[in-house]
Design a protein around this ligand. Sequence first.
Ligand code: ADP
Ligand code: ADP
Ligand code: MG
Length: 455
Amino acid sequence: MRRKIKRVLIANRGEIALRIVRACKEMNIETIQVYSEADLNSIPVSFSDMAVCIGPPSPSQSYLNISQIMVAATLLGADAIHPGYGFLSENATFSTICSDYNIKFIGPSSVSLAKCANKATVRKFAVESNVPVLPGTEAPIKDVEEAIRIADNIGYPILLKAAMGGGGRGIRMVENKEQLKEYLPIVQRESFTSFGSDEIYIEKFLKNPRHIEVQIFGDGKGNVIHLGVRECSIQRKHQKIIEEAPTCGLSQNKEKELLESAVRLCKNLKYENAGTCEFIVDENEKFYFLEINTRIQVEHPITEETTGTDIVKMQLYVAENEELPIKQEQVHQKGWAMEFRIVAEDPYTYIPSAGKIEFVHFPSGRGIRIDSHIYSGYNMPSFYDSLLGKIIVKGDTRQECLSIAKRALEECTIEGVKTNIPLLLNVLKHPEFIAGRINTGFLEKYILPKKKIKE
Ligand code: ADP
Ligand code: ADP
Ligand code: MG
């Protein structure tokens, strides 16, 4: 069924809201930007065609407030809602409510969302699709006795992971039985507070893997394509800060195997719209499925830069036509791209640094793309994510990318708040990073001060 999307409501904020406004403008689609009281003076609000305040700064009263968002959508005649990332983007109930109102949710069907939401049960689908997973549980654990039995079976260290978790939160390493007894109730409590669910599952801990993921697109009827791989091993607190596409961590054959695994899994799920299959990979190139992120990803630009696609426009196209705009044979990953997440925080203690951006000058010139919503005089609210923007660089080779990245980060000037730019530059200058020998333990091993940092 073809439905015309003429007006899209954007249920998000910050750089991703601006990214969506831009794609809609280029497609001649009108935008409705909903915003909280803290975001009145934001660029997505001023650049969109219409804007409606939906509540106070706290996310639960604004960007997570489904009834307020639906009131705005129906009163202003939205044909579709783009949820961005975070907030309601992976919420199956929200997607169902949208379809009850005959408003297209730009993302997977509520059935797909529900299948992928629980990170324990989605492992079962991976196993059924012949996609390798680490030893662990395919259902949330019932009690501490069961957890001990499973951990004894798998062997320590293990990870306790929040089944509904995301953004790197709700993950805890456990090295022995005593720790398991102590940490399980803590992780359950934290998970409940952050994600509204205390379901925890167990996964074998893999020491210093690479994180490699596959961008996929489905039409909801079983046709699925991939847009290549992304390497996201430079992480702090299990959250990515530098990503690159493609990766130097896989041989051609292994990369092909990984891509095929992701496509196979998503075909079995009859996956609709954009998604990401995340994997971790050991030093022998053995890969294990982690989870599917059922939304646009923060690091989508590096895929766009290496495949010549526009993922947000593709999302809108799939939502409108229920078919894929391109065939697998038309996808070629070319050149190299890197993304640097610029965040407002102390680079070494991770303490957030909200406040007024007194002055900002972003780098420009050949090979540079900036996705950011900040401007000189902008007040960075403290209620949300600390992302100030993303610097994306593109070169013919990884080496060229590295040289553009270095001068880009050196050109970048942000005054008024602390940023992680010094840390990013330290990574860029490190011989192991330059050589492409990276894994998720890189930052801790080579860049961060040796003292233990409190979570
Ligand atoms: P990506 O996987 O796209 O690289 P991140 O993991 O950095 O993205 O998350 C992007 C944003 O979405 C962050 O603000 C993060 O806190 C938020 N987020 C991701 N998953 C969840 C979730 N399950 N619940 C709440 N917020 C989430
Ligand atoms: P989230 O939903 O928060 O994104 P993920 O399951 O995707 O959580 O894991 C986030 C990161 O945590 C991974 O990229 C990796 O660095 C680390 N991680 C997750 N599971 C494991 C594991 N089993 N062994 C080692 N590291 C892991
Ligand atoms: Mg993840």
